[in-house]
Design a protein around this ligand. Structure first.
Ligand SMILES: Nc1ncnc2c1ncn2[C@@H]1O[C@H](COP(=O)(O)OP(=O)(O)OP(=O)(O)O)[C@@H](O)[C@H]1O
Length: 909
C-alpha cells in the first residue's frame, strides 16, 4: 500500500508537469483556436537551452533565459505562422503546428544528436518522509509549483480585464474587436508569449525527471494533448486534474503491471472512451463548415500518365544506377502511404495521424506469415493488407463521435498505443532483431530489393500506378462524392440520407487498405523487418511526417503524393542532397518547406500548379477537355411523389433546463404548405431540427404511419423527410451538378462502394434532380461551383438539392432570408409549385410573415416553444395572441402581402 501511495506521489509530480504543458495548450487554443502540436517541442528546446545556460550562469538566470527562449519561440510562431493562417481551416492550422514541431526537432537533432542529456534539478532533491513514505522534495515542489501556476492561470483568465476579454472572445477576432479596448493582435501576441513561457518553464521542470532527447517532444504529445482535451482545451482545473491523473496512472502501471506499453496505453484509452461519451454523431448547429484544402477532379490524364510511366519503367530497368533506382522505390512506397492520406484526410476530411501504424499492421502480419509460417510473399502480403480492415475500422470508430483536432489526437494516440503494446513487444515483433523475411519472390522471380533492386522498384511502380488509378476513380465515384459531402458538411450530408458514420468508416477502411499495401512494400524492402523501436520502420510519429509530406504535395491530389516525396528521407531529393548535407538538415528543410507551403499555398503544390499544368497538357493536345453537362431542350416533366403525411405529436425539448419546444403538434400533408411563424428564439429552427433528427426531443414523429422518432437524421431523410438549412450548408467543393447527384445518390446500394475504386460509374442526374434543376431555374448553372452562384441562386440550390432526394415532406428553414422583394415573390411561386406540381408537403418557417401568410394553406404560430395559434392565414392574421406576440399591430401591411397571397391562384391558373 505504501508503494502504491509513493508511486502515486511520484506520478502526480510528473503528471502535474504534463498538466502544466496542457495548460499552455489551452492558453493558445482560447485565443486562436489552434491546438499546438509543437508545444512539447518548445518545452524541450527551452530545456536544452537551460542545460546550456547553467554551464555559464547561475540557475535562476538560466531559468529566466530559458523562459525567454520559450517566449521567443511563441512570439515567432504567432508572427510567422499563426497570424498569416488566422483565417485558415483547422486542418491547415493543425498541420502548421506539426511543421513547427518538425522544424524544432530537426534543429535539436542537428545541435545535440540522439544521445540523451542529463539535466540537474534546480529544485532540492533531498528525500522527504511523508509519514512512512519517502518522496523526493523536488517532486513535491514540482507538484506544488504546477498547482500554483494552474491557479494563477485560472485567476488571470477569469479575473483580469485582459483574461476576461480573451475568454469572452474565445478565438473570434470579430468578438475581440467588438470588445473594444484591447486589440485582437495584442491579445494573440500576449497569449502566445504566455504559452511559450509556460512551455519553457514546464520543460525545465520536466528535464531532470527524465533525460533529454530531441524525440522526447514526440512522446509527450499524446499525454499533453490528452490532458488538454480532458479540459476541453479551456478548463484549467480539469486539465490540471487530467494531467495529474495521467501521471499517477502511468506511474502505477509502470510499477505494478508487467505488460510493456500498458502505461502509455491505458490512460489514453480511458480518454478515448470519455471523448466518445462526450462527442456527438453530428456537429451542432452553428459549428461553421470550414473551407478545406482544394481537392482534385479525379480525372485521369491517360496519355501523360502512360508516357511518364513508360519513361520511368525504362529508367528503372536500364537508365538509372542502382542507388537511384532504390531512391525512386523509397519515394514511391512513401507515395503509396500518402495515397491513404489523400483518401481519409483529403477526400473525407478526417485528420487521421495513424497512416504508418496501419501500414505497420500489414507489415507485421505479412512478415510473421513469411518468417514463421513460410508463406510466399504475395499471399502473405495480401493477408497483411486484409488484416488492416478490422484495424482501420477500429481506428475509424472515434471519428463517428469526434472530429477535427480531437480526432487527430485520438488517432495519434491509438497509433502510439499500437506501437507501445504490439510493435515494441519483443514476443510479437522479435524486438530489435526483427523478423527475417529473406528474399521475396513473385511468380517465381526473385524480387528482393538487395539482389534485384530493379525488379523490386518496378513492382513498386506498378502497385503505385494501380493504387493511384483506384484513388482517382474513387474521387469520381458515388462513394467519393459522399466522402466529399461529409467532409464539407456533415449536417447537410445527413439531411440528404448519407450515413455519415458509414462514410467515415468506409474512408478509414479504404485508407487502411492502401496504407497496408505501402506497409508491406516498405517492410519487404529489407530482408529483416524491424518493427520495434529504436529503428522501427513504422514509428507512430512517422504519421506526423506523412501528413506533412501530404500537405506539401496537396492533401486532395493524387499527384500531390509524388510531389510530397521531395521531403521523404531516402527518396530522390534526399539522395541528391546527401552530396551536400546530412539527414538532420534534410529534416529541417522538410519542416521549413511544410511551413512555407501551408502559408503560401494551403492546398499544396499540386493545387498551385494544376492550372498551368492543365494548360500545358491542353496545348500539347495530350488530353481532351471534359464535356460540360448540357440539359436537353425539352421540358423535364415532374413526376409527382406519392402523397405523404407527417404527424408530429407532443414534441418537446429542453436545453439546460430551458424549454425550447413545449408539446408542439402539427400535421403536414402532401400537396399543401404549412407555415410556421414566431419571433426570434421562438423555437422554429429547433422544431425543424427535431423533426428531421438533428436533436433529441420527446414526443412522436411519424411519416405515413411509420414511427421515425428514434431514427437518425439520415434514415428519416431516406424515409422521405427533406430539409433545407437557414445557413444553406451547400457542398462548396462540389459543382451544382454534383450537389444534385450526391443528393439523389444517397440511397445507392452499399456494394457499389465496394467497387468504387475499380468501377466508379458515371455521374448521372436522376429525373428528380433534373426536374429540380429545371423547376428552380438552375439548369443553366449546372456546371458552376456554388461559390460562383449569386446569393439567390445559392438559396435555390439548397432547395433543389433537397428536392433531388425526392422527399415526400420538405421542411424549409428560412428560405427567403436575405432575398430581395422580386426574389421572394419568385420563391413564393416556387414553393406553391413544389407543393402542387410535385405533390410534396411543405413546412416553411420564415421571418417574412407576409410571405408565409401568402404561400401557406395553414399557419402555426409559436412563441417560447408553445403553439399560440393554428389556423388559416386569415385566422392567424387576426389572431390576438399572434398579434400580441409577433406582429405587434393588428394590421399587417396588406399592400405587400397582396403579391404573395396571389401565388396560390397564379400557380393554379
Ligand atoms: N443546442 C442548443 N443548446 C442550447 N440552446 C439552444 C440550442 N438550440 C437552440 N437553443 C435555444 O433555443 C431557443 C430557440 O432557438 P431557435 O433557433 O429554434 O429559434 P428560432 O425561432 O429559429 O429563432 P430565429 O428566428 O432567430 O432563428 C433559443 O433561445 C436558442 O438559444
Amino acid at each position: 500500500m505504501i508503494d502504491v501511495i509513493r508511486f502515486a506521489l511520484i506520478g502526480a509530480a510528473s503528471g502535474a508537469v504534463i498538466a502544466l504543458l496542457g495548460l499552455g495548450v489551452n492558453v493558445v487554443y482560447r485565443t486562436t483556436r489552434v491546438v499546438n502540436f509543437s508545444h512539447a517541442a518548445i518545452a524541450i528546446t527551452a530545456a536544452y537551452q537551460y542545460k546550456e545556460f547553467i554551464g555559464s550562469v547561475p540557475w535562476p538566470v538560466a531559468l529566466i533565459l530559458a523562459i525567454a527562449v520559450g517566449m521567443g519561440i511563441g512570439l515567432l510562431m504567432e508572427v510567422c505562422v499563426v497570424r498569416p493562417l488566422r483565417h485558415a481551416s483547422f486542418l491547415t492550422k493543425t498541420i502548421s503546428t506539426i511543421g513547427v514541431l518538425l522544424v524544432l526537432q530537426a534543429v535539436l537533432m542537428i545541435r545535440y544528436g540522439y544521445n540523451a542529456v542529463v539535466v540537474p534539478s534546480w529544485l532540492p532533491t533531498t528525500l522527504l518522509n511523508l509519514g512512512p513514505i519517502p518522496v523526493g522534495l523536488d517532486r513535491v515542489l514540482a507538484f506544488g509549483i504546477a498547482l500554483v501556476l494552474a491557479a494563477a492561470l485560472y485567476w488571470f483568465y477569469s479575473k483580469t480585464r485582459f483574461g476576461i476579454a480573451t475568454t469572452a472572445a474565445s478565438g473570434s477576432e470579430r468578438s475581440l474587436a467588438a470588445l473594444g479596448t484591447i486589440s485582437p493582435r495584442t491579445v494573440s501576441l500576449v497569449n502566445w508569449l504566455i504559452a511559450g513561457g509556460i512551455a519553457a518553464f514546464a520543460g525545465v521542470m520536466l528535464a531532470p525527471m527524465t533525460s533529454l532527447t530531441p524525440v522526447l517532444a514526440l512522446s509527450l504529445i499524446v499525454p499533453i494533448l490528452s490532458a488538454a482535451l480532458l479540459g476541453n482545451f479551456s478548463s484549467f482545473w480539469l486539465t490540471f486534474l487530467g494531467g495529474t491523473a495521467i501521471g499517477i496512472l502511468q506511474a502505477e502501471l509502470s510499477v505494478f503491471t508487467s505488460l510493456p506499453g500498458l502505461q502509455e496505453t491505458v490512460p489514453f484509452l480511458i480518454i478515448v472512451v470519455l471523448l466518445a461519451a462526450r462527442g456527438r454523431g453530428l456537429p451542432q448547429r452553428g459549428e461553421d463548415a470550414e473551407r478545406l484544402p482544394v481537392i482534385g477532379t479525379g480525372r485521369i490524364p491517360v496519355l501523360p500518365v502512360v508516357i511518364l510511366g513508360v519513361v520511368l519503367l525504362f529508367l528503372l530497368q536500364w537508365g538509372l544506377p542502382v542507388r537511384w533506382v532504390q531512391a525512386v522505390a523509397v519515394g514511391l512506397i512513401a507515395a503509396v502511404i500518402l495515397l491513404s492520406v489523400v483518401v481519409v484526410t483529403g477526400y473525407a476530411g478526417q485528420l487521421s495521424l495513424a497512416s504508418y501504424a496501419l501500414a505497420g499492421v500489414a507489415a507485421l502480419v505479412a512478415a510473421h506469415l513469411v518468417a514463421n509460417a513460410g508463406w510466399p510473399f504475395l499471399a502473405a502480403g495480401l493477408a497483411g493488407v486484409v488484416a488492416t480492415v478490422p484495424v482501420g475500422f477500429l481506428f475509424g470508430l472515434p471519428a463517428v463521435r469526434t472530429r477535427g483536432t480531437n480526432l487527430a489526437i485520438v488517432t495519434l494516440g491509438l497509433a502510439v498505443s499500437f506501437q507501445a503494446l504490439i510493435l515494441n513487444n519483443p514476443s510479437i515483433s522479435n524486438g530489435i532483431d526483427g523478423l527475417k523475411v529473406g528474399q521475396p519472390e513473385l511468380f517465381g522471380l526473385n524480387i528482393s530489393n538487395a539482389f534485384e533492386p530493379r525488379r523490386y522498384a518496378i513492382m513498386v511502380l506498378i502497385v503505385f500506378v494501380a493504387l493511384a488509378i483506384i484513388v482517382l476513380n474513387l474521387r469520381r465515384s458515388g462513394a467519393g462524392r459522399q466522402m466529399i459531402a461529409v467532409r464539407g458538411n456533415e449536417r447537410a450530408a445527413a439531411s440528404l440520407g448519407i450515413s455519415v458514420p458509414r462514410t467515415k468508416l468506409y474512408a478509414f477502411i479504404v485508407s487502411a487498405l492502401i496504407a497496408g499495401v505501402g506497409g508491406v512494400l516498405l517492410a519487404f524492402t529489407n530482408s529483416v523487418v524491424t518493427l520495434a523501436n529504436p529503428g522501427g520502420q513504422f514509428d507512430a510519429t512517422y504519421s506526423l511526417n506523412a501528413i506533412a509530406q501530404s500537405a506539401v504535395g496537396g492533401l486532395g491530389f493524387v499527384s500531390g503524393t509524388i510531389i510530397g516525396t521531395v521531403t521523404v528521407p531516402g527518396a530522390v531529393v534526399d539522395t541528391l542532397l546527401r552530396f551536400i548535407t546530412s539527414g538532420a538538415w534534410f529534416n529541417l528543410i522538410g519542416g521549413l518547406l511544410l511551413l512555407i507551403t501551408v502559408i503560401a499555398a494551403p492546398s499544396g503544390v499540386a493545387a498551385q500548379i494544376r492550372v498551368p499544368l492543365a494548360r500545358l497538357v491542353r496545348v500539347l493536345k495530350l488530353v481532351k477537355d471534359p464535356k460540360p453537362y448540357l440539359f436537353a431542350a425539352e421540358e423535364q416533366a415532374v413526376q409527382p411523389v406519392q402523397t405523404g403525411r407527417l404527424e408530429v405529436r407532443d414534441l418537446s425539448i429542453s436545453f439546460s433546463g430551458n424549454k425550447v419546444l413545449d408539446r408542439v403538434n402539427l400535421d403536414v400533408v402532401g400537396g399543401t404548405v404549412l407555415g410556421v411563424i414566431g419571433p426570434n428564439g421562438a423555437g422554429k429552427s429547433t422544431l425543424v431540427d427535431a423533426i428531421t433528427g438533428f436533436n433529441r426531443p420527446t414526443g412522436s414523429i411519424a411519416l405515413d404511419g411509420r414511427d421515425l422518432t428514434r431514427l437518425g437524421s439520415g434514415v428519416r431523410s431516406l424515409a422521405g423527410l427533406g430539409r433545407s438549412f437557414q445557413s444553406l450548408e451547400l457542398f462548396e467543393d462540389l459543382s451544382v451538378f454534383d450537389n444534385l447527384v450526391v443528393a439523389a445518390d444517397a440511397d445507392a446500394p452499399w456494394h457499389t462502394a465496394l467497387f468504387a475504386g475499380v468501377k466508379p460509374g458515371r455521374a448521372e442526374l436522376t429525373d428528380a434532380a433534373r426536374a429540380a434543376a429545371r423547376t428552380l431555374g438552375l439548369h443553366d448553372r449546372i456546371n458552376a461551383m456554388p461559390a460562383d452562384l449569386s446569393y439567390g441562386e445559392r438559396r435555390l440550390l439548397a432547395i433543389a438539392r433537397s428536392l433531388a432526394s425526392r422527399p415526400k415532406i420538405l421542411l424549409l428553414d428560412e428560405p427567403a432570408a436575405g432575398l430581395g422583394a422580386a426574389e421572394r415573390h419568385e420563391l413564393a411561386r416556387l414553393i406553391r409549385v413544389i407543393a402542387e406540381e410535385w405533390n410534396i408537403g411543405v413546412l416553411i418557417i420564415e421571418h417574412d410573415v407576409e410571405l408565409v401568410l401568402g404561400v401557406s394553406d395553414s399557419v402555426l404560430a409559436l412563441d417560447f416553444g408553445r403553439t399560440i395559434a393554428h389556423g388559416s392565414p386569415e385566422e392567424i392574421r387576426h389572431n390576438d395572441h399572434v398579434v400580441a406576440a409577433y406582429l405587434g399591430t393588428g394590421d399587417t401591411d396588406d399592400s405587400q402581402s397582396g403579391d404573395v397571397r396571389d401565388n396560390k391562384e397564379e400557380v393554379r391558373a
